[in-house]
Design a protein around this ligand. Structure first.
Ligand SMILES: Cc1ncc(COP(=O)(O)O)c(C=O)c1O
Length: 386
């Protein structure tokens, strides 16, 4: 989260004054308006605001008809929630290597496709876009669906199109660590009407049946779901946050450019699938060895080697690696006869481990002054000298 203030306070006050804190009480309220504004911003036909990014990913997979017996290809570098969403619908996450861009490697996606693969799930980490041209071409060739995890990438684009709107569906997170935030929250975007109807029923199976004539135009028969429904305060905050997204991305890009100019050719940036499309919330440098990267982060405040984040590398996803997919054994996809359980091992993606140990991330701030950028550049250049 970068910018929050009086506008969000006023929005929360508006909801409390209205005493309408429930999403559907008849007329168009905050959630309805936010979803309309999100659709207009991203040029998509359907969107659902819900409780989290993982909720959006899970609901999208339900909408795609994914379940036991199916495989979904996920990258070796992402937050564990991406893989957990796959397990939540009873399917198996198949883990693919990343390439030098730190995003999923299209070549390894193709290697990992089997007769059970149903979905490719690329993740746009830290606002960096995946190579969506290559991914969409593979999906087309093998007749697969694409679910974009854009939880960390609101405002990023690939080839002039917002990430999260290129595949069959996209998921965003609005938790505290994201570019726009309400503390928690998530959204599903899709142009696929059937996927949307299923996800809407699943994410809010009780309320959709009982409130606000939401099922009137549906061709999908209701089924049991879960409770991922949002609330009006979250929606009201996000309406204000969405208005700020363009300004935040503009200033992040400007500040990253200024910082990179000040660093000159001494700093080796990772290659990008679309340098103009990055939200620029992050800068990532590459080094020849893990030792060099470690030395750099020891001297530069806030810098991290991505292999050490603790939860974004597949080898740290303990419950996935150890195949504990549910508390009740009969509900555990790793024990379901329909599934072919992958062989997970901590060293199964050596390329990913190597790349992530030879990089260093540090964040960009949209509110830096020129003096802040100059000071930051000096610190980084000192760090590069070792
Ligand atoms: C790449 C990625 N996917 C999914 C999620 C899940 O989002 P949430 O925390 O809103 O459930 C996150 C959250 O940090 C994430 O970074």
């Amino acid at each position: 989260m970068y910018r929050i203030g009086q506008e969000e306070k006023d929005a929360v006050a508006r909801v409390i004054d209205s005493r309408e804190l429930f999403k559907v009480n008849g007329g168009p309220q905050e959630t309805y308006h936010f979803e309309e504004e999100l659709k207009a911003y991203f040029h998509t036909e359907n969107t659902i605001l819900m409780t989290s990014g993982q909720a959006a990913l899970t609901s999208a997979l339900i909408g795609m008809g994914v379940g036991p017996g199916d495989e979904v290809i996920v990258p070796a570098y992402t937050y564990i929630a991406t893989a957990m969403a796959v397990v939540a619908v009873g399917a198996m996450p198949v883990i693919a290597e990343i390439d030098d861009t730190l995003m999923i490697d299209p070549i390894d996606i193709e290697r990992k496709i089997s007769d059970r693969t149903k979905v490719i799930l690329p993740v746009h980490m830290q606002g960096y876009p995946c190579n969506m041209d290559a991914i969409m071409a593979i999906a087309k060739k093998h007749n697969l669906l694409v679910l974009e995890d854009a939880c960390q990438a609101a405002g990023s684009s690939f080839g002039g199109k917002f990430v999260g709107t290129i595949g069959n569906a996209g998921a965003f997170s609005f938790n505290f660590f994201k570019i726009i935030s309400a503390g928690e929250g998530g959204a599903l975007l899709t142009n696929d009407r059937t996927l949307f109807e299923r996800a809407l029923i699943y994410h809010d199976s009780s309320a959709i049946a009982y409130f606000g004539n939401q099922l009137d135009s549906f061709s999908t028969t209701p089924f049991c779901g879960v409770e991922y429904r949002t609330n009006e305060i979250t929606a009201a905050i996000l309406r204000e946050q969405l208005k700020k997204l363009d300004g935040i991305v503009h200033d992040l890009r400007k500040n990253k450019k200024l910082l990179c100019q000040a660093l000159g050719d001494k700093a080796r940036l990772i290659p990008s699938n679309d340098p103009n499309g990055e939200s620029a919330m992050n800068c990532t440098l590459r080094f020849d060895s893990a030792e060099e990267a470690d030395r750099f982060v020891k001297t530069v405040s806030g810098a991290t080697v991505p292999i050490n984040t603790g939860k974004h590398v597949y080898s740290n996803w303990d419950v996935i690696m150890e195949k504990r997919g549910a508390f009740h054994p009969a509900m555990d996809p790793f024990r379901m006869a329909a599934n072919r359980v992958p062989d997970y091992a901590p060293d199964m993606c050596p390329k990913t481990l190597d790349i992530l140990s030879r990089c260093a991330h540090f964040g960009i701030n949209p509110d830096w002054t020129e003096a802040d950028i100059e000071a930051r550049a000096k610190e980084i250049l000192r760090g590069l000298k070792g």
